[in-house]
Design a protein around this ligand. Sequence first.
Ligand code: IPE
Length: 266
Amino acid sequence: MVKFGGALITKKDEQSVAHLQIIRKLCSIIKEITEEGIQVIIVHGAGSFGHLKAKRWRLNEGYLPDFELIDDTCSSQREAVDDVRKDMLTLNAIVLSELKQAGLNALSHPPHEWASNLGPQFDGDLVRFKSDDVRTVNVTFGDVVDVDGESKFGILSGDDLVARLSIELPDVESLVFAMGGVDGLLKVPPHLATDDDLIEYWSPDVSYEGLHQTDIDVTGGIGLKIQRGHLVAKNGISVHLINGEYPERILNLVRNQPWKGTTILG
Ligand code: IPE
């Protein structure tokens, strides 16, 4: 199970700009992993295809009947929901096309079509992700989904999707969070970190520093990844944080060769 973080595959502060070269490199490594006989499921984040508009329209707070905003692209939260869903499909189409160009049989599962409600116990049948063909890569992503009750909608993070998929699908061996700009979990804020500040093994008694851009981010940043990663690790699945700008590190992990990053202990 691999999560491509939104900050890795997009320019996080510029609306809907993808890092095509990084996506391409990641997809060719995924192809090499499948050539080792290991099947991969990909969940990708949103980055600037999701967070900016979702934040402006407060979609993470659900339906707000009295909320008004002047925006040059839409005029209600409902329209913003449709726009973010469309933008996420655009990013997803880029990832899918790169996987196909790498020679994989990529299948997309947009959450707003099959999932509802939020958090790691969201509703939705995961059977669609089961496949025996190693060249088939099932893909899903963080999205705006319908929510029961007055909220009507909300943001389902890719971190919640990877948690349920890792725990509930049979035979998942490991979960890798491919992140942008950091080698793993750090003891000090990323801009101050040296090689010595990388946390190789994390358990709840180890303190860490992470940047959570609450001004941009509508989901939980690094804190959510750690919480969900820990939940998965407690289920006996190996969980790792790796710098996705060097995707060969993921391949090294799979091949039991030295790699750089953080392992989350259960
Ligand atoms: C967020 O998903 C989805 C939307 C904002 C629509 P994630 O929580 O998985 O995204 P990243 O990885 O932080 O960008």
